[in-house]
Every structure is written in structure tokens, then in C-alpha cells.
Design a protein around this ligand. Sequence first.
Ligand code: 13P
Ligand code: SF4
Length: 348
Amino acid sequence: MRELTAWEIETQAQRLYGLLGNVTDFKTGGKHTLEYCRAIAPYALAINNLKKENDAVILAHYYCAPEIVYGVADFKGDSYALAKAAAEFSGRNIIFCGVYFMAQTAKIVNPGKRVYLPPAAAGCSLADGIDAETVSKLKERYPDAAFVCYINSTAEVKALCDVCVTSSNVYDIAAALPNERIVFIPDLFMADNIRAELKRRGVKKEILSFGATCCVHDKYTVRDIEKLRAGHPLVKIISHPECALAVCQASDYCGSTSGMLEYVRKSADKEFAVLSEDGIVNSLEFENPSKTFYSVSRPCGQMKRNTLDNILAVLKDIDKAPQIQVPEATALKAKLCIDNMFKMAGKK
Ligand code: 13P
Ligand code: SF4
């Protein structure tokens, strides 16, 4: 790697400051400073140079730190958009900034590519919340049910399910399935939201659910919303369907990460509180500089394990860096489950 000049570093720092200056640095609670941008500029420069040399693309979930999402990523998105982007990538290397199940999904949908997760291991309380053995037993117990898994699940669990969903398509896919009974895994709170939404749409189905909750979104309560509304009478409350049903129902909008971006973009309101992960607030701030976002979001510690440092480490020695591997037999079955989602989500 060649030496970077002082001029290159300062130009990069100014570029980063232009992008991040209005965005909250949740580590300090203030906005990103020029000083901070000067400190990260050499990393961003080196990453952006090495990406081209290595025929690599960086895909980043919105929950990653803003210096990744806006400083070095080629494509940012929610789980659905990232899975699609991975499937369509024609280069050699995918650096996936997210958590393990997301990088695994990228490998499954595009098995010919080398896929890297910069922190190597980054879990998710949902994906870790149910294993394949439990799902196999459930399939024996409910042979007539459609098995639907949230994308936040392992490859082994996906391999046993009929279709997977993300928060951006879960209700449409659940409603379109012919089965009267659906076993939805592993998000117990999202299952409550599916029941409520299908009832609202007049769709009769039995939704059984097993698994866990998201350790970031399950902390929000209706009391949080009451306090926000008392302090800020004009605030619009936004939540993710991984929050409890009562929280979602007490919100002005509840939807996927990309749905939240669209809601705020189109809204004439000026004040918002987002019951979700810090990174989505960063993207909302980035896209809506004239709107106010009250601080109520939480960090996903696993998403935040992606750093400029570990992205650079992968790119510096890409032939030796650990790749995501999925056993072929599992990957082939899991791909059918994900492809069924692409087909059903595309029919809208
Ligand atoms: P999205 O599908 O909205 O990107 O959410 C992924 C996730 O992990 C939310 O906690
Ligand atoms: Fe998993 Fe929750 Fe983190 Fe999303 S926010 S990756 S669901 S732990």
C-alpha cells in the first residue's frame, strides 16, 4: 500500500465532514466533528483504494456506523435490499458489513463470490434464538403448516423453511400463502404484529410462533412513547415491527428500515422519535437535515462490531482473511427459501 499524502488525507477529511457533519456520533452524543473526520480519513482513503484493487464491493446495513455507511460503502440498505444487491453482484469479493446471518445470506444467494464479514463473528439474538433441531421437531408437530422464517435466522433454519421474509415484505407474504396455519420463526414480537396486521386486512390464518426477540427492539415500552409525547406534543413516533405489539400500535408509523426512511421523507412533520437502532437515525438525519430526531434509539452492539479498522484488515490481506462458508447441501436448500421470498416479494 502506498503512502498517503497530507493533501489527500485533508481532502478526504473534508469530504467525510461534508457527509457526516449533520449526523449524530452516538459514541459522544454530539455531531461528528472535523477532528474526528481527520482521524478516520486515512482509513477511508485506504479502504476506497484497496476496494478497487481487489475487485471488492462493500455492502453495509443501515445499522452500521455512519463512517461505514456514508464513507466507504458502495451500497447501503435494509436486509432485503442487501440480499438483492448481493445476489446481483458480478465482481469477485463481497465485504458484508452487518451481522453473521446477513453475510451468510449473501454467500447463499451468490455462492461463486468470496464473502467476508469484517468482525468475523457478529451474532443476532433472533438468529441465535432457534436452532435447526427445534425447527425439525416443529415440522413433525405441524405438518400442514407453512414454515416461514424471518431473514434473521441461520442457514440451517432457512434450509428447513418454505419461505423467508424481511420486515419489508412479511405481511404481504404471510397473507399470500395458501396455508391456513403458519409457523413463524424466530421473532415472537413480529409474530404478534403479523397476527394483528392480518386481522386488520381481514385475512384469517393461525400464526404459531417460536423463538426469541430482538435484544435491541424488545426494550421499548408504551411508557417510553407516553413520555415522548408528553415532552414533545408534535412528535411522530416511529417503530420497527421487532418491537412489542403494544409499542407498534401506539406509534404513528411502524415498519421496516426502508419503510421508515420513506415515511419521514414524505412526511410534512418536522419532529420524530425513532424506536429502533441508532444507525437508522443517522440515515434519517443524513437524508432530512431540516428535521429533528429526539434521542431514544439504541445501538445494536453486534452491528457496531464492524469498524473501518476491521474492514481495512480484510482488504489488506483478502486472500488470507476468513471467508463465510456454508455447506453446499444446506446452502442449496436455504437458497430455495430465499428465492421464494424474492419471487413472492416481487409479485406485489
Ligand atoms: P431490516 O430488515 O429492517 O433491515 O431489519 C433488520 C434488523 O436486524 C432489524 O433489527
Ligand atoms: Fe439482530 Fe436486533 Fe441486532 Fe437486528 S438489531 S441484528 S435483530 S440483535
